[in-house]
Ligand binder design. Structure first.
Ligand code: NAD
Length: 249
C-alpha cells in the first residue's frame, strides 16, 4: 500500500541531492509533488521526469526561498495548480566554510537567509491554509551540525540550530490544530553539497563518524516518508537523525 496516496507535497531545493530524493520517494508513495528550486528548469528535469515515471503529477516553480516575493509567487502558483499543499518540506539550503574570525557579514547573511529565513518564509506562506483545513505536515531539513556544531561552520550550524528551534516552537503552536511539524537532521550525506566541503573537513568528519562512512540520500528519505505519512502521526517537534552516529541523544 502506498503511504502518501493522493497527497500533495511541496519540496524546496528538490532539483538536487536530498530534496530530489525526497521528492521522488514521495512520488513513489503516491504523492503529487511541486518542485521549487533556485536553479532553472533544466536542473529540475531529472526530478520531474522521475516523478512522472511514478505516474504522479509534478510542477516546477523556480523560487528563491530567501525572497519573500518569490515565495509568495510559489504559494500562489502551487495553490492555483493543485488547490492545496498537504506536506511541505523545507529542504533548500546552502553550505559554506569559514572560521568566525574570517567570516564576512555577507556570507553570514547569505547562509542564514537561505537556510533559516527561507524556512520561515515558506512556513508562513503555506501554514494558514493547512490550519484552515485542520491538517498538514511540515518537515524542516536541519543538520547534525545544528545539534553539535562543527569547525568552520558556525554560520551554517546557527542556521540549522535555528531551524530546530523554529520546528519546536511552531510544533507547540499548531499541533492541536492538526498540523504536525518536525525536523530531520541528517549527518554527512553524499550530495553536491558534501562535495563542496573541503577535503580536509570531509576526512576529519569521516574519521570521527561512528559508522565509518558517509550516508546516502536513500538513507534519509525513509525518515521523510515516516514524518509525512500516517505512520508519523505521533511525532511532534522532533528532530530525527539519520546521521551514522554523529549525534547520539
Ligand atoms: N549533504 C549533507 O551532508 C547534508 C547534511 C545535513 C543537512 N543537509 C541539508 O540538506 C538540505 C539539502 O542539501 P543537499 O546536500 O541535498 O544539497 P544540494 O546542494 O545537493 O541541494 C540543495 C538544493 O537547494 C537549492 N537551493 C539553494 N539555495 C536555494 C534558494 N535560495 N532557494 C531555493 N532553492 C535553493 C539548490 O539549487 C539545490 O538544488 C540542505 O538544507 C542541507 O543543509 C545536507
Amino acid at each position: 500500500m502506498m503511504r502518501l496516496e493522493n497527497k500533495i507535497a511541496l519540496v524546496t531545493g528538490a532539483s538536487s541531492g536530498i530534496g530530489q530524493g525526497i521528492a521522488i520517494a514521495f512520488a513513489s508513495e503516491g504523492a503529487d509533488v511541486i518542485v521549487a528550486d533556485l536553479s532553472g528548469p533544466e536542473a529540475a528535469a531529472e526530478t520531474l521526469s522521475a516523478i512522472k515515471a511514478h505516474g504522479r503529477r509534478s510542477l516546477f516553480v523556480q523560487t528563491d526561498v530567501a525572497d519573500e516575493k518569490s515565495v509568495s509567487n510559489l504559494a500562489r502558483v502551487a495553490i492555483d495548480e493543485f488547490g492545496r499543499v498537504d506536506i511541505l518540506v523545507n529542504n533548500a539550503g546552502i553550505f559554506t566554510e569559514s572560521l568566525v574570525e574570517n567570516l564576512s557579514v555577507a556570507d553570514w547573511d547569505r547562509v542564514l537567509n537561505t537556510n533559516l529565513r527561507g524556512t520561515f518564509l515558506c512556513i508562513r506562506a503555506f501554514i494558514n491554509p493547512m490550519l484552515e483545513r485542520g491538517e498538514g505536515r511540515i518537515i524542516n531539513i536541519a543538520s547534525q551540525l545544528g545539534q553539535i556544531g562543527g569547525g568552520a561552520v558556525a554560520h551554517y550550524s546557527a542556521s540549522k540550530a535555528g531551524i530546530i528551534g523554529l520546528t519546536k516552537s511552531l510544533a507547540r503552536e499548531v499541533s492541536t490544530r492538526g498540523v504536525l511539524v518536525n525536523a530531520i537532521a541528517p549527518g554527512p550525506i553524499i550530495t553536491p553539497l558534501l562535495d563542496s566541503e573541503t577535503e580536509e573537513w570531509r576526512s576529519a568528519k569521516l574519521a570521527e563518524l561512528p559508522i565509518g562512512r558517509f550516508g546516502r540520500v536513500d538513507e534519509v528519505t525513509p525518515t521523510a516518508i515516516l514524518l509525512a505519512s500516517a505512520d508519523g502521526s505521533y511525532y511532534v517537534g522532533q528532530t530525527l537523525g539519520p546521521n551514522g552516529g554523529d549525534v547520539m541523544l
